[in-house]
Structure formats: C-alpha cells, structure tokens
Design a protein around this ligand. Structure first.
Ligand code: GTP
Ligand code: MG
Length: 250
C-alpha cells in the first residue's frame, strides 16, 4: 500500500533528494503526461530528461516543462542519438554534480507505472538498489506478442545462467538506487552504450556487494511513439554478459 500522505509530509525515509531520469528519443506524445504524473506524487521528486535531439521536438517540450517547473525538471540536451546507456551516464553525472542522493531509471513511453515510484522510495530505507521486476510471481506484461516475451525470458535466463546474476528481471529499465551505487562504479568505463547498460549496471552493483531487492512492477507496451528494439541491441546484450562473466569487463 502506498503511503502517499507520509511521502508528501516530506518523509522519504532514507533519501531526501531523489531524481527520476527519463531518457527520451521521440517521446513527444508522452513527455508531458509522464512528467506531470511524476511531479504529482511528491514535492521532493525531481526529473532529469536526457534528450538526444529528438526529431519530433521532444526536447523543446522538455524545455517548456523545465521553464514551468524550474526547480524540479532539468533537461540535458545531446546533439544526436547516442544510446540509452550513455544517456543514463550523462544523467548520473548530473545527479552526482547536483547532490541528488537517489536515482530512479524509467522509460518515458508510459510503459512503467509512475505509481510504483513511492514503493521504490520506501524500499530505500532497507536497500541500496531496488529492481523493478516484471517476472516476480508470474508475468506482468501487457500488450507484448509471444515473440517479444520469449526473447525477454530467454535474455533473463541467459543473464542468470551465463552472467550468474540471481535476479528474475535483469533487463528491465525501472529501477531505483542510491547515488553511492553509481559512485562505486566507474561510469566512465561502462562497456554498454545501449539497452544492455541496465544489465551491466545491475551486475556491477551486485559485484560491489550492495543490498539489492526486486519488487513487482507492471510493464505496458508503449502505445505512442516508435519502437527501437533491434537484433543489434539483443546481440550487444548477449556479448556484454559473456564478457562480464569472463571478466573481460570490470
Ligand atoms: N536519450 C535517449 N533516449 C533513448 C534512446 N533510445 C531509447 N531511448 C529512450 O529510452 C526509453 C526506453 O526505450 P524504448 O524505445 O521504449 O525501449 P523498449 O521499451 O525496450 O522498446 P519499445 O518500447 O518497444 O520501443 C524510452 O524513454 C526512449 O525514448 C537514445 O538513444 N537516447
Ligand atoms: Mg518502451
């Protein structure tokens, strides 16, 4: 049960300045909705949008939102599409430089339910890293075709068996962690630029002995914007996990 009153009373337990990082590439139809939903949760939650010069003008909308909420929404503009992983790295640097003590990674396409954010933040009292899992107690994914589900299941099985990570959902993008986790990892030397970045991050947090918990989340496939998952993305992840296991990446 989300104790929103308690959160709004300014008591976000172990963290005081949390930031949600939203990487965006062509999320014009979603960015206003998601930011307003997040801001409505709690006065202390901030948002960092990392936009890669989206052709649909997401960056301009993000700037307008930042003007409307100057102390709460920040925008990092990058010149071109450089991948989800490097977008997160730029977001992490911004968080470290600006004194945010807790980071939430989240897709901007409304696939992740903003109502889970207070649940993540409550868990920060006991854990350093909280993973949102679509696969605890069954499968909670809406609107995926069978092929996509099979691919995701295989990827997670592979990460468990080959990578040795004990999580049900190592590939998911909805996570929350203390900034100390990022400080313990050399983010200048992350091997993944794309989607496999999230696996690498979990792997390194696990190896650095942070306390980690998985909580159930629901994932709904995007209903606006363009899907960007490709074979290349999948293969990058498979090789990266193998290299992590063989300690070719540290
Ligand atoms: N800044 C930036 N954001 C990106 C990039 N690629 C993806 N994103 C964003 O990262 C988040 C996750 O990407 P999605 O395209 O939704 O990935 P997905 O959920 O695996 O696949 P689909 O929803 O089917 O496209 C979304 O908010 C995207 O807009 C990128 O190269 N740069
Ligand atoms: Mg998506």
């Amino acid at each position: 049960m989300i104790d929103k009153d308690k959160l709004n009373a300014g008591n976000i337990y172990a963290v005081s300045k949390p930031a949600v990082i939203l990487p965006t590439y062509n999320e014009q139809d979603n960015i206003k909705i998601i930011t307003k939903n997040i801001l409505s949760l709690n006065d202390r939650i901030n948002i960092i949008i990392v936009d890669d010069n989206s052709p649909d003008g997401t960056g301009l909308t993000a700037d307008a939102l930042s003007k409307e909420y100057p102390e709460r929404i920040y925008v990092i503009h990058r010149l071109k599409k450089e991948g989800l992983g490097t977008a997160y790295i730029d977001g992490f640097r911004f968080c470290i430089e600006n004194g945010f003590d807790c980071i939430i990674t989240m897709d901007a396409d409304l696939s992740h339910d903003f109502n889970s954010i207070p649940v993540f933040l409550n868990e920060m009292e006991h854990y350093d890293f909280v993973i949102g899992s679509r696969y605890i107690n069954g499968i909670r994914i809406l609107n995926w075709d069978f092929k996509r589900l099979l691919l995701s299941q295989f990827a997670n099985y592979y990460v468990r068996k080959i990578g040795g990570l004990p999580f049900t959902d190592a590939t998911g993008g909805f996570n929350c962690f203390k900034v100390d986790v990022i400080k313990s990892i050399n983010i200048n030397y992350m091997s993944s630029v794309g989607y496999s970045f999230l696996i690498e991050l979990k792997f390194k947090a696990y190896k650095n002995n942070f306390t980690i918990k998985e909580i159930p989340i629901t994932f709904s496939q995007r209903n606006a914007g363009i899907s960007k998952l490709s074979k290349k993305v999948f293969l990058e992840a498979m090789f990266m996990v193998l290299k992590l296991r063989l300690r070719l990446i540290r």
